[in-house]
Every structure is written in C-alpha cells, then in structure tokens.
Design a protein around this ligand. Structure first.
Ligand SMILES: *Cc1c(COP(=O)(O)O)cnc(C)c1O
Length: 394
C-alpha cells in the first residue's frame, strides 16, 4: 500500500500527526456513524435499539471485525471494558486454570497498568508472585511454578518486539499459559494469535484501530479455553441468559462470557467504524509501508539531529510501528515540536516518541517532520519558557 492511501477517510487537522499510536485520528465514517447512532438509534428507536439496531451483540460483532487483524478466528474476540480490566479478568482466570502454580512472569518496564493490575490481583491472592525478568531472560525464568507469562508484544516506549511464537512455545513447554498485550500491535503489525498458539490477548481500541478516545478494549481467548474458563468479573451480560434474571451465574457459551456489564454503545459505534476501515487493508502491506516510513524518518533524524539517540531497535523488522529517541529536555523539545504542528509525544523521563501510521501519513511527511525537529534543536527554540509547563497528560 502507498503511505497515505487512506488519508481522505480521516479528519486530519493541519500538521503532521505522529501520535496515532496513542490516539488515532477521527475516521470520517466514525463521525457519520456516531451521528446516526445518536439521532436514529438512541434518539428515535430508544430502548428497542438493543434488539433492532444490534446493540446487544455489538461487542461480539466488533470483535469479529478485529479478529482477522490479530490472527484470531470467529467468536474468539470480544470488545469490552479497558485493557486494564481485561488483563485482570484473564490473569485471574489463568491462575484459576493453573491451581497448583502461583507465579506470573513479566518484564520490568512493561506498561505500568499491566503490572499494577497484577499488584491488585495479589491483594486478593497474596500467594501469587509477580516475577519480573529482563527481556532476554524470559524463557529461562519460566518454571513449574509459572501459571502465566504476561508480556506486551510491542513495548510502548522502545517499540521492541517480542518473539511471540518462541515465547508462547516456551510458556507452554513449562506448562504455563501466555497472555499478550497487543495495545501497540493491533492495526500496526501483523499478529497471528492462532498460528503462535497464544492462550489470551488484550489490546486497545483507541490507538491504531482509531476507535476514539477511551474506546473499549478487546480481549481474545483461544477457542480451546473459551468454554472451560470463567471470567472472575462474572457480570450479568456474560450470563447464559441475562434476561432470565436468575440468582445464580451460568456463563454464556462462547466469547460472550467475558463481558461483564452493559456495553457502551456510543463508544462502540465509533470503534466499529474505525475497525471497519481495516476491511480494505492487508496487514502485511500496511506493515511494509510502516517500515518504509519509520526507516525514512530515522535516517533523516539521525542525519540532521546529532544530539538524539535512537532507543528503538535499528532494524525495522524488530520493532513495532513507533520509534523513540532519547535526549535531555525531551519534554520541552516535544512541546516545541507540537507547537510547530508535528505531534508526537513525550515518554518520561527522556524519550521523544513518534508513531507511524501508513493509512494517513505520507512519505514526504517524514522528511518534513524531521526537518522541523532539526530546526528546533539547532535554534534551541525549545528553550522558550512556555514549553517548560508540564501538562498532566504527556
Ligand atoms: C495504552 C496501553 C494500555 C491502556 O490500558 P487501558 O486500560 O485501556 O487504559 C495498556 N497496555 C499497554 C501496553 C498500552 O500501551
């Protein structure tokens, strides 16, 4: 695919947006879809819409749209809750599935919420141990006590990519289950959950899938576990017959049992439009285009900005769809860059992070963005006092 081939399907303000890995831009179809959901479905049809407009099965319907992007089959993906909550559900279920084991293996520096959720789980199950091991030593840390290997496929800061196939295999060889966080993978790089034999996965709707701010997350459970494990958040909409209003919980057959409460229909409408865009996208082609963009950007930045250090893998095949550069004063530099219309983000304490999204970025954007960065560094315009004011969200 040519970088920028889907540009006309997005509302893109002036400038160069390199933060689609954090919040995807607005698909025109999402705006249109939201208007329809508000006016016709909520406005006119009201409560009948749960039946007549497919509101009730939207989480599974959108799950089935996301499934091909991550190598999942039908009825293996559902959209629900946030990544954080889905991690809790799946990690707890993994511990129940491996009752004679008490260790969850992950890496230090994993995305904070992934680790925080396990901390919370440990308050309920104090015997559980969170074993954090450096990424090169993960396989050897798996042992007969390990219930779950929980890793983020593409690291949120460095974009380093784990070998999902090898590590899933290593987890299984140790008798453990494997949970992959695909927040920086889904819609960015090809993923083959079935092919690698993954047990569980979670991922974001609002990043590369362009589902809108706070879009619900997705959750994958391999078909072989789907009807044997039960969500610890056993809410009524994961019940076999929610409208029987029974006192006892009976899990629904299939992926629906991983739902808990009432789905957020407005958010789901936007996410569905975002996910539908990918029906016309081949993930291998998109990934090739993404690598072309990031290689161009890295080359140009390294040629013109000697003070920056690439902290992402140099080989584009070994990283996800963003890159980070370390520098002093990264916060101020990023603020100055945003003021010039090049939107990336700052990741504490030292990183300038840039995302690559071939749906709407063009090849020439890469040189233009790198040149503006070089100007800011040469002129030291980032020293202007207004760039030092720290915002709550960076
Ligand atoms: C963005 C991101 C999340 C976000 O979690 P939410 O609960 O949806 O806010 C989780 N994990 C990783 C690796 C992320 O990059």
């Amino acid at each position: 695919m040519t970088p920028g081939a889907f540009r006309d399907r997005f509302h893109l303000p002036k400038g160069i947006y390199m933060d689609g890995n954090s919040l995807g831009p607005l698909p025109l179809a999402a705006a249109e879809r939201l208007r329809r959901t508000v006016d016709e479905e909520w406005g006119d049809s009201l409560i009948a819409s749960w039946n007549t407009h497919g509101w009730m099965n939207a989480p599974e319907r959108i799950g089935d749209l996301i499934a091909p992007l991550i190598g999942a089959g039908p009825d293996e993906v559902v959209v629900a809750d946030s990544v954080s909550v889905n991690i809790f559900k799946l990690a707890a279920a993994a511990l129940i599935a491996r009752p004679d084991r008490h260790v969850i293996v992950s890496e230090p520096g994993n995305f904070p919420t992934d680790l925080y959720m396990i901390e919370g789980l440990r308050r309920l199950r104090p015997e559980v141990e969170l074993r954090l091991v450096e990424r090169g030593r993960v396989a050897e840390a798996l042992d007969e006590d390990t219930a779950l290997l929980m890793l983020t496929h593409v690291h949120y800061k460095t974009a380093e990519m784990f070998d999902m196939r090898a590590l899933t295999k290593a987890a299984h060889a140790a008798g453990a289950l494997a949970l992959w966080d695909l927040s920086h993978s889904a819609g960015a790089v090809p993923v083959d959950l079935r092919g690698v034999g993954a047990d569980f996965a979670v991922g974001c709707g609002y990043k590369y899938l362009n589902g809108g701010p706070g879009a619900p997350a997705f959750l994958y459970v391999a078909e072989r576990h789907r009807n044997t494990l039960i969500s610890p958040l056993s809410g009524w909409l994961g019940h076999e017959a929610p409208f029987a209003f029974d006192d006892d919980y009976r899990p629904a057959p299939g992926i629906r049992r991983w739902r808990a409460g009432t789905p957020p229909i407005l958010s789901l409408s936007a996410l569905e439009a975002g996910a539908l865009l990918f029906a016309d996208v081949d993930m291998t082609d998109l990934w090739t285009a993404s690598q072309a963009l990031s290689q161009r950007f890295v080359e140009r930045v390294e040629a013109t900005c000697p003070g920056l250090t690439l902290i992402s893998p140099r080989d584009s095949a070994g990283r996800g769809s963003h890159v980070s550069f370390a520098t002093e004063n990264a916060y101020e530099i990023m603020q100055a860059l945003i003021a010039r219309g090049v939107v990336g983000d700052f990741r504490a304490p030292e990183a300038l992070r840039f995302g690559f999204t071939p749906l709407y970025q063009k090849m020439e954007d890469m040189d233009a963005a790198a040149d503006i960065l070089a100007e800011i560094l040469q002129a030291e315009s980032w020293r202007a006092p207004e760039y030092a004011n720290r915002n709550a969200v960076t």
